[in-house]
Design a protein around this ligand. Structure first.
Ligand code: NAG
Ligand code: NAG
Length: 187
């Protein structure tokens, strides 16, 4: 008798769970936010001897396409830029709440002071001369989905962009020549 009752309760639990999940998906229609690197500007850029000191401003467009779910950007986001495997600068984004159906431009300040080995430095000088500098941008943002009165657990959004810019010069907006981005969301 008891095992049958347990089975029934388990079955009931699964039915309720499936129905509420289906309701959640149909009613809230959750969609992943989208991000795009729109602009790359240089505030300062100094290569002295082998030390590279940089201050970049990257503008990332964050698009929340949901019409019933707002997005909370939590503490601890990380943005960094590397050149040929050497990280040259990093920064973090703001904590804020993004309303439903909203597109916001995030301006991220990325600063760094790093030593380049001489191979990397030579290749950088060469790329700068040729007007084609490949950069890797890594983005990590912890977000939460917020419904009317509840919040999801933290969802990790990770993005990797490979971009090519024409130059890195002080007080200049770099032109993005090429851009390929990969995007991953860990629920
Ligand atoms: C989008 O959200 C941001 C951050 O909350 C807000 O400042 C901005 O005004 C919103 N944009 C629109 C078009 O509602
Ligand atoms: C980010 O930069 C863009 C373009 O440079 C500007 O229009 C926008 O107001 C800036 N946003 C914030 C929050 O500073």
């Amino acid at each position: 008798m008891v095992p049958t009752l347990c089975m029934l309760l388990l079955l009931l639990f699964f039915i309720i769970y499936s129905v509420s999940m289906a309701f959640f998906i149909l009613y809230y229609k959750p969609q992943n936010p989208n991000y795009d690197v729109k602009e790359f500007a240089v505030k300062s850029f100094n290569l002295n001897d082998n030390t590279l000191e940089t201050d970049f401003k990257v503008s990332v467009e964050a698009d929340n396409p949901n019409d019933k779910i707002s997005i909370l950007y939590e503490k601890g986001s990380m943005f960094d830029v590397s050149y040929q495997g050497t990280r040259i600068c990093s920064g973090s984004g703001p904590e804020f709440q993004q309303p439903t159906k909203n597109v916001t431009m995030l301006n991220i300040s990325l600063e760094g002071k790093n030593d380049l080995n001489s191979n990397v430095k030579d290749s950088f000088t060469e790329d700068q001369k040729n007007g084609k500098i490949p950069l890797d941008i890594h983005i990590y943002v912890p977000i939460k989905f917020a419904l009317e009165n509840s919040k999801s657990k933290i969802i990790d959004v990770m993005m990797k962009c490979y971009i090519e810019v024409d130059s890195l010069k002080r007080d200049k907006k770099s032109k993005i020549l090429n851009k390929i981005c990969y995007y991953k969301v860990n629920f």
